[in-house]
Design a protein around this ligand. Structure first.
Ligand code: BGC
Length: 423
């Protein structure tokens, strides 16, 4: 397993536009803080496969931690687009949830450096977690020898999903293996009158750009973008931005108003051929009963496995630390990881899972995780801090309307100078 520890730190200072799901499924307790049994779990898993995964974990928590009550603090919106803003303002006003979801790597490091989360090193020993997770993953949760969160899973970001019937009807008989073949396939879909590539807003566009960068730069240079050893102003990146611009030309025009599930719906409804999305899509399509789908690594990414991990923390000053520790112990346990990951599309972070317990997609991901070349994700926090992520996402959002590749490259390069500390 070849992991990269993500780049350094910066705080997010983003405007707030909220969509709060926040429903209480605890079956009684409602007042935050008034109830010592209550463990408020803050995520962005509000619907579909994400909610199914959370429900699996909650089922295990109810068994393991019967004297505590789960309170659902979910804030809907893919990749935490809304949740992270709500969380930032709650942390600022000293009103943390009992626990919150944070991506392993640079994103978690932001919270650690800001002094917002507790050291869990002693609990790791008590719960036997030191030996349960791969070293590279533990490194991404550790600062100055102290480990700060419990990982729930490993997701893969660079997956191209397709509607099998739509792709076959367009005469695409073999999966595209590189960008040239992908453009040829997209042309066939266009000729059929369907949207060749379903796309959503900012962070989903960043995922697409990252996949193109992996294809054009190769995994090593791609990793270098996030630790400063590859320059965003380089000619390789110029070429990748040209390919990215071309790809955007095949996407739906209303992309900037779409979350990932809206783009996914175009694929499910037979209105689009392909969508680049993380493998939470597997669980979501399954939950929605859609079976006619296929998946491949993004063309040209070869064996690159773009990883990210969801983890849970113990916030400083959070309510009910005892109940929260019971939640964290469940998250890290073999039973908790199975209850969650069999439903979430991700693979367990623990190394002792039995592949046969998992759906077919996760079995293939487990095999690829073992043999693939591991690269991190900026859109999902393993590669870059929240400051860098915000700067990159806004440059990409601007590009979505003005299509100015030179301006995009300049903005990416400036973000790199501002937020990435060279190794
Ligand atoms: C999270 C996944 C989630 C996805 C879409 C990612 O940032 O790590 O757990 O399914 O966003 O919301």
């Amino acid at each position: 397993m070849r992991f990269t520890k993500g780049a350094a730190v910066a705080a997010a200072g983003l405007a707030v536009s909220l969509l709060v799901a926040g429903c209480d499924t605890s079956g009684g307790a409602t007042a935050t803080g008034g109830n010592t049994k209550e463990v408020e779990v803050f995520t962005w898993w509000a619907d579909g496969g994400e909610k199914a995964g959370l429900d699996g974990l909650v089922g295990q928590f109810k068994t393991d931690c019967a004297k505590f009550e789960f309170k659902n603090g979910a804030v809907a919106g893919g990749a935490g687009a809304n949740a992270k803003q709500v969380l930032a303002s709650r942390l600022q006003t000293n009103d943390p949830p009992s626990t919150f979801q944070a991506h392993a790597g640079a994103e978690l490091t932001d919270y650690i450096k800001a002094g917002q989360v507790e050291d869990l090193s002693a609990d790791y020993k008590t719960w036997g977690l030191d030996a349960a997770f791969p070293k590279g993953l533990l490194d991404s949760l550790t600062v100055d020898g102290k480990v700060y969160s419990v990982p729930a899973n490993i997701h893969r970001a660079n997956v191209l999903w397709s509607n099998k019937k739509v792709v076959a009807a367009a005469g695409i008989t073999a999966a595209p293996k590189n960008l040239t073949e992908l453009f040829a396939a997209l042309d066939k879909l266009k000729a059929k009158g369907v949207t060749p590539l379903a796309l959503g807003k900012d962070w989903t566009q960043l995922m697409l750009l990252e996949s193109v960068l992996i294809s054009d730069l190769g995994p090593d240079k791609f990793k270098g973008l996030w630790d400063g050893s590859t320059d965003f102003a380089s000619a390789d990146v110029t070429k990748a931005l040209g390919d990215y611009k071309k790809l955007i030309g095949y996407a739906n025009k209303d992309r900037d108003t779409f979350d990932w599930t809206d783009a996914e719906k175009l694929v499910m409804d037979g209105k689009a051929g392909y969508q680049l999305m993380g493998d939470w899509e597997a669980a979501d399509l399954d939950t929605k009963g859609f079976k006619d789908y296929d998946h491949i690594a993004f063309p040209g990414n070869d064996t690159a496995f773009q990883w990210l991990a969801d983890s849970f923390v113990l916030p400083k000053g959070g309510k009910n630390p005892e109940g929260t520790k019971c939640w964290l112990k469940t998250v890290g346990s073999a039973a908790g990881q199975k209850a969650f990951n069999t439903k979430k599309g991700s693979i367990p972070a623990r190394t002792d899972a039995t592949a046969a317990d998992y759906p077919a997609y996760q079995q293939s991901a487990m095999a690829e995780w073992k043999t693939g070349v591991v690269v991190p994700s900026c859109a999902h926090g393993s590669a870059c801090s929240q400051g860098m992520q915000g700067a990159v996402a806004s440059a990409i959002g601007k590009f979505s309307s003005d299509q100015d590749a030179a301006a995009l490259q300049k903005a990416l390069s400036e973000a790199q100078k501002q937020f990435v500390t060279k190794k």
